[in-house]
Design a protein around this ligand. Sequence first.
Ligand SMILES: [Zn+2]
Length: 442
Amino acid sequence: MDRVTEKLDPPATRANASAGADRPSSDPASIDAGIRRTVQQAYRASDWWRAHLDAAGVDPLSVRGRADLPRLPFTTKLELRDAYPLGWVMVPDRDIRRVHASSGTTGKRTLCAYTDGDLQDWADQFARCYRYAGVTEADRVQVMVGFGLWTAGNGFQSGAERVGAMTVPTGPGNVELQLEMMRDLGTTTICATSSFALLIAEEVASRHLRDSLSLRRGIIGSERWGAGMRARIDDLLGIESFDVYGLTELYGPGVGIDCDRHDGIHVWSDYYVVEIVDPETLEPVDPGQEGEIVITTLRKEAMPLLRYRTRDRSWLYPEPCACGSPFPRIGRILGRTDDMVKVRGVAIHPAQVDSVLSTVEGVGPEYQIHISRPDGHRDRLVVRVEGEAVFDAGSSLSERLHQVLGVRTEVEIVEYGSLPRTDRKARRVFDSRSDEDAGDPP
Ligand SMILES: [Zn+2]
């Protein structure tokens, strides 16, 4: 043990904390204590974190709380991957109770390890999400998302059980089974990705099943979705949808949700600190200004996050919510800092297409963005969207997209239901240009 680690506070895990001392709280003293404990424990227990903090010249003993956050180094997904599989874990292996992983769509998977305390905290946070959506022990919650290594299923399940609801873990896919359970068990609440919820909604509508169901709400998670998509799901099913936030590195889904005002997502500031920074300069932006969500955990035991760059784009509301919640709000996720594509030098975010589609009559909320370079020089941008056959898309929609995106856009109308619905994250951008030409950010 070297000079620095000798002076650190003794390790404090949930198991040996004195009664009452481990209650989550967002009062400033608790937040300071959470940051202090997290930094010191990371430094003590993980070579990877120690090197990370040393490289930034941060003496862990000098970190006293929230005011010191700007001095701490950012952590990125790539850095966490370098520490694969469990290099950033700061508890002994015997204290790890479970491991989940991100879907690993790009490169190596990111793992997330949990202690008993972490699993409890996650279920408590998810239970709070359900309560914000009005779920009680009288409800029947059908969990239509993936179980297994993925974080979603287990998160939705344990949160609903914590609330005391009847839970029905159907998992994703299998529409016939979903409809059967919804009808036979009187499901009141469905949990799904927006794309799968839309598929279910369309099936229910086309088979005229709505009156035979008891649905009241949807808890929609794990991908960004537009207002048009939400309105269509709600209309077809006659439900109220809630937008649940989360990421694998931060427990999983369930670390925030919108309330019944549907104006922003409440984030649980007793479990983590949210900063919004400019993704280029990495300087904090003012409340209300858009930027990248950066997260520091206050209570995570196995795998802390210090100023973790989520790559999710949003903003912090400057004022409290009219619902009276003490928890701050971020805006609905606008997209990811890395889902931006450049077409003819202009940056385009899929969220912009979402916003246009929700204002145009006669088209559905599902879409695909296809970018190609047919002649090897000039980018071609095609937005493929579902609509009525008679709808004259050539003019109004493509004109509107041109205005919003700043790039001439071709529109291809396909039949309703012909774009793929998925029970996982929907892929929206199809870029057939070669990688070095695509202009993607690193
Ligand atoms: Zn609220």
